[in-house]
Design a protein around this ligand. Structure first.
Ligand SMILES: Cc1cc2nc3c(=O)[nH]c(=O)nc-3n(C[C@H](O)[C@H](O)[C@H](O)COP(=O)(O)O)c2cc1C
Length: 177
């Protein structure tokens, strides 16, 4: 099983980058291979409708990794009650890559919970014919402290993250059976 994690934070060090490292450890513990694509480390051009991007190495890598994935994890910081512009721009390069694939959502806010980004990512996934995994990860004030490995320090949050990752693996196995 190959799982693609799309990292939607647009800064070098963030709660999401640590958390995505923890997701990777958990998914690998379930026997999955993990690909990561970070919109900050692998910047993309601003998508122009109708233009071709065959020569852009980051666009090519994003599309190839998404196409090869059996399951996808979308992650975003909460920006103005929605997803980051950098994540939305990355998603604008994709469409058939999502069809029929299970998708887990994860978001981090400065406030208590990242409701807007989770809701808006869910709408995008439905539009792209992805299959939403039943468990999401939403971290905010009071729950987003991570240890050096990227695992949430709060027990309940760490358990919830583990359950969400296990749910994505289970859904992916069921859909490919
Ligand atoms: C442009 C911008 C808009 C933001 N909008 C919100 C918001 O609407 N709600 C919120 O809770 N946090 C908001 N934040 C805070 C971010 O969610 C927070 O900085 C991000 O999750 C990164 O957190 P980290 O420093 O723990 O990595 C915003 C931050 C920026 C830069």
């Amino acid at each position: 099983m190959r799982i693609m994690i799309l990292q939607g934070h647009n800064k070098p060090h963030s709660t999401l980058s640590g958390l995505c490292g923890h997701f990777t450890t958990l998914f690998e513990g379930h026997g999955a291979d993990v690909d990561l694509f970070c919109v900050h480390a692998q910047p993309l051009p601003l998508m122009e409708e109708g233009a071709t991007y065959d020569a852009d190495p980051h666009v090519a890598q994003l599309k190839a990794s998404m196409k090869a994935a059996d399951a996808i994890v979308l992650t975003s910081p909460e920006y103005h009650g929605s997803v980051s512009g950098a994540l939305k721009n990355a998603l604008d390069f994709l469409w058939p890559e999502f069809s029929g694939k299970p998708v887990m959502l994860a978001a981090v806010s400065g406030g208590v919970l990242p409701h807007g980004s989770l809701d808006h990512m869910a709408g995008i996934v439905r539009t792209l014919h992805g299959v939403l995994s039943p468990e999401v990860v939403g971290l905010g004030r009071g729950t987003k402290e991570l240890d050096a490995s990227g695992a949430p320090v709060e027990d309940k949050t760490r358990d919830r993250v583990a359950k969400a990752c296990a749910a994505l693996v289970e859904l992916t196995r069921k859909l490919s059976a």
